[in-house]
Design a binder for this molecule. Structure first.
Ligand SMILES: [Zn+2]
Length: 234
């Protein structure tokens, strides 16, 4: 009896806002307002952008499925959500959206039969500064809704060395300052399995592609990728 009154009282002192549109949340809403839940721009509603994402990786890495929940727009609501996760360290929002992504993308048969979910790791320096890897928390929610297992440390990010710089002389690699390696303890686990790599946002695709290249060395592995948002190229 008392709890609803306390909640109402608390919401008067600390009103919670929807991180996407900044409007006050109603009593029956949690984390994101209902209007945003319904109207945030889904990538699946834009076949041109969806195809562009697929074509980004064509001929570079073999992917079973590539997808994203939202279409990213600069200064738009999706960017605000991503910023809230990253800079306000909103872990709950990350896993909530990961779960939503799993539910909404599950209809796509490419996402069935996933064995393991592997988040794109942060550079250790960034991880220390931020305190958490947003992709890992997105992966937690995704794992719940897909019924797959999250392997947080499946990949490791190595700092750039001179040898690695010489190895990748293609233009595409210029912006990838880090190189990924498989955690040697996990390569046996990944043999013959379907791995879903998860990141918060895909822009050029170079980062997630570098992560795929590291995983491709595992025999009979199948790879899919997914992100909360995909930024359309201009
Ligand atoms: Zn909203």
């Amino acid at each position: 009896m008392l709890q609803p009154l306390i909640n109402d009282f608390l919401s008067l002192i600390y009103p919670s806002c929807c991180p996407a549109c900044q409007n006050l949340l109603m009593k029956h809403e949690s984390l994101i307002c209902n209007t945003c839940l319904l109207t945030l721009p889904r990538l699946k509603n834009n076949p041109v952008q969806e195809q562009q994402l697929e074509h980004t990786f064509a001929g570079r890495v073999t992917l079973h499925h590539s997808g994203a929940l939202f279409a990213f727009e600069k200064s738009g609501r999706v960017q605000k959500l991503l910023h809230t996760i990253k800079y306000k360290q909103h872990r709950l929002l990350a896993s909530y959206l990961g779960q939503m992504m799993g539910v909404e993308c599950y209809e796509n048969r490419g996402l069935s039969g996933i064995d393991y979910i592997v988040p794109v790791p942060l550079h250790p320096k960034k991880l220390r500064a931020r305190g958490f890897n947003q992709s890992e928390y997105i992966g937690k929610g995704l794992a719940q809704s897909l019924g797959a297992e999250l392997v947080s440390n499946g990949l490791m990010r190595q700092t750039e060395t001179k040898t690695q710089t010489r190895k990748f002389q293609f233009e595409r690699w210029e912006n990838v300052k880090d190189v990924f390696v498989i955690n040697p303890l996990k390569s046996e686990l990944f043999k013959g399995k379907h791995i879903l790599l998860v990141d918060d946002v895909i822009t050029t695709g170079a980062t997630i592609e570098a992560a795929c290249i590291a995983l491709q060395s595992v025999p009979d592995i199948r790879l899919s990728i997914i992100a909360l948002a995909y930024a359309l190229k201009a």
